[in-house]
Design a protein around this ligand. Structure first.
Ligand SMILES: Nc1ncnc2c1ncn2[C@@H]1O[C@H](COP(=O)(O)OP(=O)(O)OP(=O)(O)O)[C@@H](O)[C@H]1O
Ligand SMILES: [Mg+2]
Length: 329
């Protein structure tokens, strides 16, 4: 991936939610780089800041209560955070698209799938009706919903869960976006369907040359699909690397613990590790390294000094005072 072209860059992004006197620091200065034709997995437990990151990139952070406190999101030489609502609307769907965990919430039950795809094509690409319908048929073929166009005239409730997910992906890629965000797209599906959808996202990424932000709380799913992985904890990136390096040589104790919680054929029969405790609330982030209350390696320094995210010559980045150290499990 050495010659991969950078597509979108998140720099020092900070987000705070303000409710009365309560301030929840959901993102505390995150950096992420996305490349063309690359799936970048963002993984972390519930409440770590994954969805907030994606809503900022889409320009959909609810404000109030959300407020961007620092940073830039660079895409095609522009800082997306400085665009007007109108400019952002024209990016959304056309250049940056998104698929969600629950297609039922996203698909409009009153309109046929074909109508929902052609609406996107007409709105963003100004296609005429006939051309848009032809293209919609093609798109449904691309996502594995048949080339005969039967699904074009189906309503969302007539489709199974996996088919709805595919239809939503067809809508998302309809305008040939440069960047696709997939926020837990397979979490609601059973394992077989999950694998099919992951495979489809990979195929479409290669076919269309998109960069993809793939969000999951499950490192096993990320391992299946991603080329690069960043681990997020309490609104900070704690480790980031290419997938091979991360899985061969994890450096952060949180990453290692996440790995021990993946079912693995080599460790069959052993009990899966669970990480004691939970992600702190964003209005009560611990001092120093936010992971220290749950960390087997924590010492006094970790309680007071927040480790910076530092990279080595291979581009493997980690934020930990004890990076690479091991402990007795
Ligand atoms: N509207 C809001 N008001 C206050 N806090 C919020 C709001 N939305 C999100 N947060 C907080 O921001 C933090 C990050 O939330 P986010 O939804 O990004 O987590 P996530 O990693 O996507 O979790 P999950 O895996 O459950 O989807 C959490 O502490 C959450 O409580
Ligand atoms: Mg989320």
């Amino acid at each position: 991936m050495a010659d991969a072209k950078e597509l979108l860059k998140v720099e020092n992004l900070g987000v705070c939610f303000i409710h009365g006197t309560m301030e929840a620091h959901a993102l505390r200065g995150i950096d992420l780089s996305f490349y063309e034709k690359e799936i970048h997995g963002l993984v972390g437990e519930s409440g770590s800041g994954k969805t907030v990151t994606s809503t900022c990139i889409m320009g959909l952070l609810p404000s109030p209560p959300g407020e961007i406190t620092s940073g830039r999101i660079l895409f095609e030489n522009e800082n997306l955070l400085e665009l007007s609502q109108g400019q952002m609307r024209s990016y959304r769907g056309r250049k940056i698209a998104m698929v969600f965990q629950e297609p039922s919430k996203y698909l409009n039950p009153a309109f046929k799938i074909g109508e929902q795809i052609t609406e996107m094509l007409r709105l963003h690409l100004d296609m005429n009706k006939e051309k848009a319908r032809e293209r919609a048929k093609e798109l449904l073929g691309l996502v594995g919903l048949g080339k005969d166009g039967r699904v074009l005239d189906s309503y969302p409730h007539e489709l199974s869960g996996g088919m709805k997910q595919r239809a939503m992906i067809a809508i998302a890629i309809s305008c040939n976006p440069r960047f696709l965000i997939a926020d837990e797209p397979t979490t609601a599906l059973d394992v077989t369907l999950q694998l099919q959808i992951l495979r489809l996202i990979k195929e479409l990424k290669d076919l269309l040359g998109m960069g993809v932000l793939f969000i999951s709380h499950d490192l096993g799913v990320v391992k299946e699909v991603a080329d690069r992985v960043s681990v997020i904890y309490a609104g900070r990136i704690v480790e980031s690397s290419t997938k091979g390096t991360l899985f061969d040589k994890p450096l952060h104790p949180y990453t290692k613990l996440l790995m021990l919680s993946i079912p693995d054929a080599h460790r069959r029969g052993q009990r899966l590790a669970t990480i004691p405790g939970r992600v702190p609330d964003a209005d009560a982030t611990p001092s120093g390294c936010a992971f220290h209350p749950r960390c087997p390696l924590a010492d006094d320094r970790c309680k007071s000094e927040n480790p910076e995210l530092r990279g080595n010559e291979d581009g493997h980045k980690v934020a930990c005072h004890h990076a690479g150290e091991s402990w007795n499990i």
